[in-house]
Design a protein around this ligand. Structure first.
Ligand SMILES: [Zn+2]
Length: 310
């Protein structure tokens, strides 16, 4: 959904509220949040104001008489920010390929307070996390990069003590992961690979760095091809790390362009936000999933489809 579509689909508070109602009770049966009673009625209210909706649900259970709306007990109710603003902020963040700063969000939403924009930016980013998902398989490209001071090409030794190492892993034609690493030592990198790549992976593509060596690991049966960037060779048949490198470059343009400086403490959050969006770029249900995550409704779509069966 692009920004224009969001404006059309969610032009009024009531339209947003109806959407949340559908997400909360997908079977169409509205239930009281107290104990799930189905015996409820809709009550119209005359004195509607900015902070009071024109209607609410009343639980008819004698001992309950709870009054509620589809947003009751969710972040959307607690913050008292207009639902339209929430929905536009979510759309903007999902559509900003390189990420969006609170400052830019403030301008795009046309809202007065920076604090409000910062809050929205922060809370939405908080739910744009993958959680535990299936390990990568097929052909997996792995590469490392350095966010901040240390640059690529200065060698592994140079960055060995730096704290801004990012390991990128991407299944060709599949998901992307970015993981912040405490250093670029072989053991650290291997640990990250083991957590994210299936042992039955078909092939692993890396550069010539000695940190990638799978001979004595669970991946010893997998094909491992290296591309020799030092010799200015970037593609050899199907051997390349171009898809992970293009994801890195998009991320870096975002970091430099939108955020200027991301503190190491928050780096993993930005990495997660980036891959969350990247992995859903062709997924129409990304908006729905993000709304549900914010509201605390049962997670839907991508997260559920790709999560490991327990
Ligand atoms: Zn009730």
């Amino acid at each position: 959904m692009n920004i224009r579509e969001a404006h059309e689909k969610f032009a009024t508070d009531e339209q947003c509220l109806q959407y949340i109602q559908q997400m909360r009770w997908p079977d169409g049966v509205v239930r009281c949040p107290a104990r799930g009673e189905k015996d409820i009625k809709r009550v119209e209210r005359k004195a509607a104001s900015k902070n009071r909706r024109a209607w609410f649900y009343l639980c008819l259970e004698k001992t309950c008489h709870n009054q509620f709306t589809p947003t009751s007990g969710t972040i959307f109710h607690d913050t008292h920010l207009p639902l339209i603003v929430w929905f536009q902020a979510i759309t903007l963040m999902l559509n900003a390929k390189k990420g969006i700063s609170a400052k830019q969000l403030q301008r795009d939403l046309g809202i007065g307070g920076y604090k409000t924009a910062w809050y929205l930016n922060h809370r939405i980013r908080e739910v744009m996390q993958e959680g535990s998902i299936r390990k990568l398989g097929g052909i997996v490209e792995i590469d490392e990069t350095y966010v901040g001071g240390k640059q690529r090409g200065k060698g592994v030794k140079y960055a060995i003590d730096s704290k801004d190492v990012v390991i990128g892993l991407r299944q060709r034609g599949g998901p992307l992961r970015f993981v912040q690493a405490k250093d670029a030592k072989a053991d650290t990198v291997y640990q990250i690979i083991a957590e994210n790549v299936d042992k039955d992976v078909d092939a692993i593509m890396t550069d010539e760095s000695p940190i990638y060596n799978f001979k004595l690991t669970q991946y010893h049966k997998a094909r491992h091809d290296r591309i020799k960037h030092k010799d200015r060779v970037y593609v050899r048949g199907d051997v390349h790390t171009n898809t992970i490198e293009s994801a890195f470059s998009l991320f870096k343009r975002g970091i430099v362009g939108s955020f200027h400086k991301v503190s190491i403490k928050h780096l993993q959050r930005y990495l997660d936000e980036f891959s969350y969006r990247f992995n859903r770029r062709a997924d129409d249900s990304a908006f729905m999933e993000t709304v549900c995550r914010l509201a605390g409704f049962a997670p839907l779509s991508f997260g559920k489809l790709t999560s490991e069966k327990v």
